[in-house]
Ligand binder design. Sequence first.
Ligand SMILES: *Cc1c(COP(=O)(O)O)cnc(C)c1O
Length: 375
Amino acid sequence: MPETPPHTQKRIDDLFDRLNDLSWHQIGYPTNQCFDYSPLYPLLQHSANNVGDPFHDSLYRVNTHAFEREVITTFANLMRHSPDETWGYVTSGGTEGNMYGLYIAREMFPEAVVYFSQDTHYSVRKNLRVLNYRNIMIRSLDNGEVDYDDLRETIRINRHLPVVVMANIGTTMKGAVDNLDKIRDIFDELAISSSYIHADAALSGMILPFVDDPQPYGFDAGIDSIAISGHKMIGSPLPSGVVLTKSDYVGRVARSIEYVGAMDTTLSGSRNAITPLMLWYAFEQHGLEGFRGIVHETLDVAQYAVDKFNENGIPAWRNKNSITVVFPRPADTVVNKWQMAPYENFAHIITVPNVTRDKIDAAVADCVANPRTTT
Ligand SMILES: *Cc1c(COP(=O)(O)O)cnc(C)c1O
């Protein structure tokens, strides 16, 4: 292979420095930057590809399907479902996982109406448009949970049709968890005979399994599929996620493809073989107990941030079991400096492990000194 030309090396070095600085100041997005996957680097010399169903043979054998299956088993246990009855794969991220859940739902109930709250991630509306799936947006409560009264009354009007609910297990902006028990009570009350719940657990899917008093979130709470991000709480230089559903459901979308000798159950064709390894490695490295410790620390830091804001006269708050700290939007200079995610009148920071108490002190001081001036 030709050597790297000096000017090309300089571009790479400059980019590296720039990303170092930007990453250090990023506290508004839920991407854990504390990771080390260097033992996996030698594997980047292979054109590995996880095309096809990880639970089926493929003619393209330079893959990491065996490791991908271990990741799915780990998540099945975390999501309180028997691994034998769970199917899933490592996706490109939360959006693909949500798309997959809705795809299964549409194959099962093409005539259904999908209900999702105002606080639902923007990807869901796009997914619904791609799938051409009938849907209705439901109001949210102030804390970001779905408005259960609005949900009940809206379903009531359409109760002759199957119901699909996109439940948020940790909303993007406020970390709110929709109450799955209340949602299922609504189905019972209205005697809904066909229903499907997809859970969007991008961030909180890696929080709730590790806390002492979690809100209902798993298959034991009646969900049919769930999407969780890999690059958020776990952390990874390459975006990824997992989607899980029940094994029985997958036959509805499976097609056998002769060319790759694989079962075409996934949305994407060629798939990343490295991201499943990274997720596998993270669980090997930390263990579940390690993640429990990490999650508890992030929750402590979130509470530290709420207290720090409040001591300085800024009314910050967070939802139960959430590391998303919500506060009044500061000046744009502060939002940009710390890459805080703004939305209308508020902003948030998310205390993933790289968001230390020191950074919070500095960010709070900036917020105090630079309130937003509405002109
Ligand atoms: C981040 C996020 C997603 C989307 O994840 P991507 O990996 O960016 O596709 C979906 N839902 C929620 C609630 C999220 O926070």
